[in-house]
Ligand binder design. Structure first.
Ligand code: FMN
Length: 235
């Protein structure tokens, strides 16, 4: 046992020791000068995203989407960021309406998106209200997907218990056939979601723990620089 085993001491397990010996971000990291940051978070996010691609971060467009279920219990999963509207301050992702995340968003349309880009020691956290796009927009986005992505969406039943992998293969073959018969077919539940940021925090790690944190808060109804204030945060 580690902490809380009846002794007033913290005794890491071998796993805890392994982790203690491997602190994160022990490397040279970029400097972030908040005085040079733009007045709104969208352009800064796009800037950091481009730098993450350039730095060779694997899949920097994959973020963690956090939602809450009907009991207020948090849930989280990785998903692909589809787009960012830098002026509007909106982040776009897609998923199945009839999945746990889709049901959670229907019930409680607020979410957080977060990402950590290790080579740069950078984290970004985005929070706000989520809106499902009109069906026509989601269908249009679906038509532009790869055949494999279409098939897996058409199979549906995401996150339900699966009896065997063979059962999935069978369902995928059927979906493939349907798609070949009607290439315009759209998965009924496929949905594009837009998160309108109320808060965006940029976190630049520092090996000496002098992390720089800049939080943007949406203060006005408009778009662009007039709608945001920014605040430095203690690390
Ligand atoms: C790298 C990566 C990218 C993913 N992209 C998506 C995505 O864009 N949309 C999606 O619905 N699920 C995506 N997933 C799968 C989700 O993490 C999750 O397993 C699935 O959406 C079911 O989540 P739920 O049960 O909370 O609804 C991705 C997973 C990984 C690891």
């Amino acid at each position: 046992m580690v902490a809380g085993d009846g002794f007033d001491r913290y005794r890491p397990s071998p796993v805890g020791e392994m982790l203690r010996d491997r602190p994160p971000m022990v490397r040279e990291l970029p400097l972030f000068d908040p005085d040079l940051a733009p007045a709104e978070p969208g352009p800064l996010f796009v800037d950091w995203l481009v730098q993450a691609f350039e730095a060779g971060v694997l899949d920097p467009q994959v973020m963690t989407l956090s939602t809450v279920d009907a009991d207020g219990v948090p849930d989280a999963r990785a998903l692909v960021l589809r787009d960012v509207d830098a002026a509007e301050g909106t982040w776009v992702f897609a998923g199945e309406a009839d999945s746990p995340k889709g049901r959670q968003l229907a019930l409680s349309p607020m979410a957080a998106l977060s990402v950590y880009w290790p080579p740069l020691g950078r984290q970004v956290r985005v929070r706000g209200a989520v809106e499902a796009a009109p069906p026509g927009v989601s269908a249009d986005e679906f038509r532009g997907r790869s055949p494999g992505a279409k098939v897996s969406s058409l199979v549906g039943r995401q996150s339900e218990p699966l009896g065997s992998l063979a059962a999935y293969d069978l369902a995928a073959d059927e979906a493939q056939l349907l798609l070949e018969t009607d290439p315009e077919l759209v998965a009924a539940g496929h949905t594009v979601y837009t998160l309108r940021a109320a808060e965006v925090e940029f976190w630049q790690g520092d090996p000496g723990r002098r992390h720089v944190r800049l939080r943007y808060t949406r203060t006005g109804p408009g778009i662009g620089r007039a709608a945001w204030t920014s605040t430095l945060l203690w690390p």
